[in-house]
Structures are given as C-alpha cells and as structure tokens.
Design a binder for this molecule. Structure first.
Ligand SMILES: O=P(O)(O)OP(=O)(O)OP(=O)(O)OC[C@H]1O[C@@H](n2cnc3c(O)ncnc32)[C@H](O)[C@@H]1O
Ligand SMILES: [Mg+2]
Length: 168
C-alpha cells in the first residue's frame, strides 16, 4: 500500500514508517496552509488535515497522512499540542491528537513575541534542529518521550481507527 506523509521532518516520516512498517511510505513536502506556528488546537488540526488531504490526492496514494505541531492555551499557560489526520482514497478522514505538556514561561514569552517554537528550542537547548530530533517534548521530559515516539502514538491512533472501519 502506498502511504504519503506530508512532511520531510524525520520525526514525522520515521513515525509513519514505524507504524506502517509493511507499506511503502514516502515523505513529501506539502503546504499546511496555516501559520508556521499554530496557536490553537483548531489551527493545528487544520494544518494536519490540509497536509493529509494533499497527500491523499497524490498519484497512487492509498493513504495520506498529515502531522502538525502547535501550541494551545489553557488558563494562560501554553501547552504543546500535536495533531494528525489520515485521509484515504474514499476521502474518509480520521483524526487524533498527541500527548501534551505545558511549556516553561520563557518559551511562552518567546512564542508570544511571534517566534517559532523550533527556533526557541534551539536557543534553549543550545543545539541545532531540536524539532527534527527529540523535540520540545523530548527536551522537557529529559528524553522520556521524544518527538518521533509522540508522533508514532498519533499515527497508531489514526491507523487503528482506519482499520476499525475497514475490517472484514
Ligand atoms: O517540516 P514540517 O513538517 O513543517 O516540520 P516542523 O518541525 O516545522 O513541524 P510543524 O510545522 O508541525 O510545527 C510547527 C512549529 O512548531 C515547532 N515545533 C512543534 N513541535 C515542536 C517540538 O516538539 N520541538 C520543537 N519544535 C517544535 C516547529 O519547529 C515549527 O516551528
Ligand atoms: Mg513547519
């Protein structure tokens, strides 16, 4: 089965390859059509759905997957939020979200000035490309849950729902 994932970020591509291990998985760059830094559950989910739709419309695609990272507010605190969407050939859509943790105040302040989380995390962790590696979730959980594992839970939730509806 041909599966497209709408990103070239290794944490996202890895997660889909791990869960769809029997399938032919390809990462492709597509537009999320939302802000580079989504600021709510709704906007983050919309980015995931847009990516999944674009992937599902690709030639020979049986399944398109979109994964999107963002932040959302609860009572003045910003939490990491991540959403995934799966669109199949019949245009059925499945959605799922990932684990969330609050972000420290200094990161919240940086986000509020319009900077992207990926950029802020590199400054915080004093290294490059945190978003392509352990991610903010990995940094703030001391590596207990890294970005690829968090996304793999989301992809399992998507695949499982799709399989539930397509069982014989
Ligand atoms: O190439 P794409 O697929 O866009 O990968 P990305 O890393 O930019 O991921 P998103 O667009 O889904 O995430 C939106 C923004 O939030 C950042 N981000 C989200 N989750 C993160 C995490 O766990 N660690 C570091 N940055 C994160 C990311 O770098 C972007 O600036
Ligand atoms: Mg991005």
């Amino acid at each position: 089965m041909k599966v497209y994932i709408g990103s070239l970020n290794p944490t996202k591509v890895e997660a889909v390859k791990e869960v769809f291990f029997q399938d032919d998985v390809t990462g492709v760059e597509v537009e999320s059509k939302v802000a580079a830094q989504p600021f709510s559950d709704e906007e983050t989910l919309e980015g995931a759905v847009n990516r999944a739709r674009e992937c599902a419309y690709m030639k020979k695609s049986e399944i398109g997957i979109g994964l999107e990272g963002g932040v959302m507010e609860i009572d003045g605190d910003l939490f990491l939020c991540n959403w995934g969407a799966l669109v199949d050939r019949k245009e059925n859509m499945y959605r799922a979200s990932g684990a969330r943790i609050p972000l420290p105040e200094e990161i919240q302040k940086g986000l509020e000035t319009g900077r992207e989380l990926g950029e802020l995390m590199d400054v915080y962790a004093k290294k490059a490309n945190v978003s392509k590696d352990e991610g903010a979730i990995g940094v703030f959980t001391k590596g207990q849950i890294k970005r690829a594992e968090m996304f793999s839970h989301v992809v399992k939730l998507l695949k499982g729902q799709w399989e539930h509806d397509n069982q014989n």
